[in-house]
Design a protein around this ligand. Sequence first.
Ligand code: GAF
Length: 399
Amino acid sequence: RHLSQESLPKNQFDLTSELKALFLQYFGGNPIIAFAPGRINLIGEHTDYQEGFVFPAAVQFGIWTGVQKNKLPFCRLYSMDFGEEFTFDWRSFSPKKGHWSTYVMGFLAQLKQAGYPFEGFDIVIGGNIPLGAGLSSSAALSVSIGTALSQLFGLNLSPLSISKYAQNSEHQFAGVNCGIMDPYASAFGKKDRALLLDCRSNQHQEIPIDLGEYSLLLVNSNVKHALADSAYNQRRAACEESVQLLQAHFPDIQTLRDLKNENLDEVEKLLPSSLFIKAKHVITECERVQSAAQHLSSGDLKAFGKLMNESHRSLSKGYEVSCPELDFLAEKAWEFPGVLGARMMGGGFGGCTINLIKRSQIKNFQERIGNEYLASFNRQATFISVEISSGAHIILGLD
Ligand code: GAF
């Protein structure tokens, strides 16, 4: 059930009662229901897999998962989004790439590898994360499943374990060597707070978000260019190659996170230019995240917005993960009165830009940018207002 912003009621559209009704219809009984949200990222892109800093927050959209034990040798699944059932033997299963059931089996495979006990269960999954927006619906899906199964089997999994299992599942079964940011934000999110996350220690600081007369608006380009996943993996591999080359000169570094802006001149001499421009993005982005968090804490939204713009330029020109649609949306936003900052968000090659915009300008902005985007790309942009919300939790426990 992916809904566009236009069709969503003002408050969070709650799928709990619909899920309960479907559960009763398909499997009978009262499920435990878990919820896990999607995420935005204020700044800090393509830094998590180099143990750097990121600054995400959970949003009001997410994935609902209902589960109950079934005492059967197989698991019965139902997807509300696809209107489809699926069954597999929980004693012997192998997740297949590209099908929604992979996320259930993928998480279960993590539990199996870690030696946790489980048995047969029924599961219904539904969500309202806008499609293709880059709000991390797959991380939310895994975290929602993990939260529900932890409760069902009394596993007491910590939010960090759930995040790591979700990340590993993505590596093993979706073929994307992603970092920890997306599941972490979904698992740890707090209402009205962004998480300044150190991806080395896997600890965060909560920073209150008080934007005054400004707000966060996402513009969905509604494109997802092919090969985004392989380009993502290539970027990660390029960073790892750079670290190997740089270690001869900087023996103490483990990742690019260990370098600072003041090292850039030396780094440039040690790397081929194609690797240098990418390493430069990661090194400078880590510093931008930390400055941005300080500006946000002290209420300097202008300075914060400037860093968002710099982040976009670096992602587009240096790291080369943007695309014409995202560049167009960011550049148009920079010229728009009342916009303090705009940049592509997430892995890139499509999805959203995130904009820090004066609330009173949103209507004009949507109208003008929407029309210009349509005229240039023959494609509709969609606009999503963000409410920073709580992370994963149990909505309904066992009676
Ligand atoms: C995707 C990945 F899943 C994250 O781990 C992160 O690397 C992000 O792209 C880019 O910042 O969302």
